[in-house]
Design a protein around this ligand. Structure first.
Ligand code: ADP
Ligand code: MG
Length: 338
């Protein structure tokens, strides 16, 4: 692979919370709004084909996946699942993602649950029509939330009539995995920013790792820390500051605790999960935010195949062993031993 010259430019604000960019001789940048967020694809070089070709293929893939999962498109698989049916046939990719989502629910003891949709709608996080419902109504709608109420066999989905899903906590992670495959096909080095999810395709250079910055949850124009990361990984962050509304002086954010139906009352400000499987990174980042610090530390100890960066409300950053060369000005960095 061509050596990518290491010019470190932090584009934290443009890319939402993350990252640093090497300068390559063939650099193509494309922006696209999809899945309710702004995405940026930067391809630096490729050994098979042109950077433009890689970027275009990725854009096409983003559109395909959006079409399949967009809950606002009446003929998407998500909308078809969310209609009042108990059995339907879905696309292969949808079946695969549902299986991954269910696995993530099992691994996280239900902290991640795509069937959160009925409650999410009550709060207005599906369409921006925000509001605070009565406690009784939230409890009633919570009855419909349980990932065990949806099952997948081949391409057939069976569900309760009231079961509805939101793939907002996992679809971008899955998309990242698909785009990384395209980069690998072309032997391309690329940096993808998918609305809070970063995908590092290929190695920045033979000798150098990528440098990634994590947004400061208390001051989202700046970073809380930066660290070094190997290529071919996803870096996914979830935090209450990404989407919220205010009502009667209180703030309500978009990560819902499936046990209560309310925005998770977390002692974590953000959770970053780093790993080779972006769909799991995405689901776990949402779930660990729901779980809070103590359970997240226990989870991190049990899951060696991922790395974790937990930013706590006490100005600490807790990291696992794969997070190297971390630098932070405003937070105390501590290690999670495993
Ligand atoms: P972002 O969308 O900002 O990247 P997350 O990956 O944390 O953030 O996902 C939050 C989204 O996931 C919400 O907007 C909603 O669609 C959905 N969601 C909220 N709470 C849960 C939950 N407990 N389990 C699964 N999905 C959730
Ligand atoms: Mg997520």
């Amino acid at each position: 692979m061509k050596k990518v010259v290491s010019v470190l430019i932090c584009v934290v604000i443009v890319l939402q919370f993350c990252s640093c960019v090497p300068a390559g001789d063939t650099k193509v940048t494309e922006n696209i709004t999809a899945m309710n967020t702004v995405m940026q694809i930067t391809v630096f070089n490729t050994s098979k084909g042109t950077a433009q070709e890689v970027a275009e293929k990725m854009i096409q893939r983003i559109k395909e996946i959006e079409k399949l999962f967009d809950a606002n498109l009446s003929d998407s698989d998500t909308s078809r699942i969310n209609s009042a049916v108990t059995e339907l046939t879905v696309n292969d990719e949808t079946a695969e993602l549902l299986n991954t989502a269910k696995k993530a629910s099992e691994i996280t003891g239900g902290a991640f649950d795509i069937t959160i949709m009925p409650v999410l709608k009550l709060w207005g996080f599906n369409d921006g029509n925000y509001g605070v419902a009565d406690d009784d109504v939230i409890k009633d709608f919570l009855e419909f939330v349980d990932y065990k109420n949806i099952s997948v066999a081949g391409n057939t989905v069976t569900k309760n009539i009231n079961t509805q899903i939101s793939l907002g906590g996992i679809a971008k992670g899955y998309l990242g995995d698909e785009l990384l495959e395209i980069a690998e096909e072309y032997g391309a080095t690329a940096l993808l920013s998918l609305g809070g999810n970063i995908v590092l395709c290929g190695n920045k250079s033979e000798s150098e790792k990528w440098t990634v910055g994590i947004k400061n949850p208390n001051d989202t124009e700046n970073i809380a820390c930066s660290f070094e990361c190997d290529g071919n990984k996803s870096v996914v962050t979830s935090g209450a500051y990404e989407r919220y509304f205010e009502y009667s002086g209180k703030t309500y954010h978009h990560i819902i605790d499936p046990k209560t139906g309310y925005p998770a009352d977390s002692d974590l400000l953000s959770v970053t999960v780093i790993g080779e499987n972006g769909a799991f990174c995405d689901a776990f980042s949402t779930a660990l935010f729901v779980m809070g610090k103590e359970k997240s530390v226990a989870f991190a100890k049990e899951h060696n195949e991922f790395d974790f960066i937990l930013i706590t409300e006490n100005n600490e950053i807790l990291i696992t062993d794969g997070v190297t060369d971390i630098e932070s000005e405003n937070f105390t960095v501590k290690s999670i031993q495993r």
